[in-house]
Design a protein around this ligand. Structure first.
Ligand code: GDP
Ligand code: ZN
Length: 459
């Protein structure tokens, strides 16, 4: 991707009102912009200067602080100018308009989403995984997710990937040196302990994948669908899991009219819970409108990571429950939750059976809720390792998996007596390409476009 170095500007703080708001500009050289804005007043790089921000006619828009970061010592690696004014939407619009006007001669324009961070990447201030972590930190929905994102931003994930790349590179150099002396090929694997080294890389990669997959859980969470007849206690269960009153609980059947979607967290893992409010089998629909609604709900059920099917432990399943069970999509795990055990006299329990795992609890009395939480964490694949986690993206997991596959094939080549060093070397190269794609060493314009367009403007 070519670096477009025309100067850009945007409001960098969130829309709405706040104590302060920041307009940020970046470009190769912003001296002319600063002269247009502040005349003779000189901004010492990295020093806060308290100034009036005026419009072209000299009328004061706001009073605030200007900071000039001289490139390359800035977020983007270019000259950066930050104007900190009061955080009102109108005053910031005026300030931005003034900056754009003052920079017109320079070709200053409004920044695209993520353009500041894209420049930081293209100017080697951040690698790609770190740039992604910027967005993930901003979007983090739990404390654990924020901590992991900030770890990645500081380079912990990238450093781990670099270490793997270096190990693979080391192996490749060994192999390629040997390829130049074909008569020694046979001894090569023994002499250099290439097999042992490769096994070491494979093990290290496995561990990184594990940490990344766990971190991805913090990012994506688990999609949970609540299914059950009116009054079995879906809203009560949601409340019990959340630990606060997020849904409306009433003793009148069918209170939860529409789909309610709630995100709660268990040990920092977001659970995106959809309460389907008395879903029925499609052929039980009375009219077309209801049919469309029911089909849509079943669509959600099909995308879930787990279905919580609630039943009344005291009354047992109804005919409608049997029809629903028959309609459950294949491949989505089901927890059959027998609620109201305070009435039925069952003991709280988790009971894995052939048809589904059965859970006995009371939502209202908060009995057995911890068992359900633990079971949900188990389904999510959550293991508390105490290791730091990487808030990995799907893209990273795919690259790690693919790199692992190439290393495994390399190991197979190495295990054969008539191993071909050419093939061995080629698999190592492919593994390296995959690993390097994580930090962006070989990134396409398309990939960068996808990543940065999802940023907000001003970042
Ligand atoms: P929903 O329609 O499935 O969402 O059911 P609600 O959560 O609104 O609960 C319906 C009624 O069942 C309410 O009066 C709840 O207090 C009651 N209920 C929910 N869970 C329990 C439970 O574990 N034990 C008892 N005894 N009542 C419960
Ligand atoms: Zn309800």
């Amino acid at each position: 991707m070519k670096l477009d170095s025309s100067p850009i500007a945007a409001i960098a703080t969130a829309p709405g009102r706040g104590g302060i708001g920041v307009v940020r500009a970046s470009g190769k050289n912003l001296d002319a912009l600063m002269a247009a804005l502040f005349g003779a007043a000189v901004l010492r790089p990295r020093h806060a200067t308290y100034l009036p921000f005026t419009d072209a006619a000299g009328a004061i828009i706001d009073q605030g602080i200007a900071i000039h970061f001289k490139g390359p010592h800035s977020y983007t690696g270019e000259d950066v100018l930050e104007l900190q004014g009061h955080g009102g939407p109108i005053v910031l619009q005026l300030l931005l308009a003034r900056v754009l006007e003052a920079g017109q001669q320079l070709g200053l324009r409004l920044a695209e989403p993520g353009e500041f961070t894209r420049r930081a990447f293209l100017n080697d201030k951040l690698d790609l995984a770190q740039a992604e972590a910027v967005a993930d930190l901003i979007d983090a929905s739990t404390e654990a997710a924020a901590k992991s994102a900030s770890q990645s931003l500081s380079g912990a994930f990238s450093n781990t990937i670099h270490a793997l790349v270096e190990q693979v590179t080391g192996l490749r150099m060994l192999v390629e040196a040997t390829l130049d002396f074909p008569e020694e090929e046979i001894d090569f694997l023994e002499k250099s302990d290439a097999r042992g080294k490769l096994a070491g890389v494979i093990e290290a990669l496995r561990k990184v994948f594990q940490q990344a997959a766990q971190g991805a859980l913090l990012r994506e969470g688990l999609n949970v669908v609540l299914v059950g007849q009116p009054n079995v206690g879906k809203s009560s269960l949601l409340n019990a899991l959340a630990g606060s009153d997020v849904a409306i609980v009433t003793p009148i059947a069918g209170t939860t009219r529409d789909k309610v979607s709630e995100t709660i967290q268990i040990e920092g893992i977001p659970l995106n819970i959809i309460d389907t409010a008395g879903i029925r089998a499609v052929d039980e629909a009375v009219d077309l409108v209801e049919r469309i609604g029911i089909e849509r709900t079943w669509g959600e059920v099909g995308k879930a990571d787990v279905i919580l099917h609630l039943l009344d432990a005291d009354h047992g399943p109804t005919r409608a429950d049997e029809n629903i069970v028959a309609a459950f999509p294949d491949g989505v795990p089901v927890l059959r939750i027998w609620n109201k055990i305070d009435l039925s006299g069952h003991k709280p329990a988790v009971d894995p059976m052939d048809d589904a795992t059965h859970v006995y609890l009371s939502a209202h009395e908060h009995i057995g809720i911890d068992l359900l939480r633990a079971e949900l964490l188990r389904i999510a694949g959550w293991q508390q390792t105490g290791e730091s986690l990487y808030l990995a993206r799907e893209r990273h997991l795919i690259a790690l998996k693919s790199a692992g596959k190439h290393l495994d094939i390399a190991a197979e080549h190495a295990a054969q007596s008539d191993q071909s060093l050419d093939l061995f070397a080629e698999e190592l190269r492919l593994a390296q390409v995959q690993l390097s794609s994580i930090t962006g060493a070989f990134s396409s314009d398309d990939l960068l476009g996808v990543i940065f367009s999802r940023f907000c403007i001003g970042k």
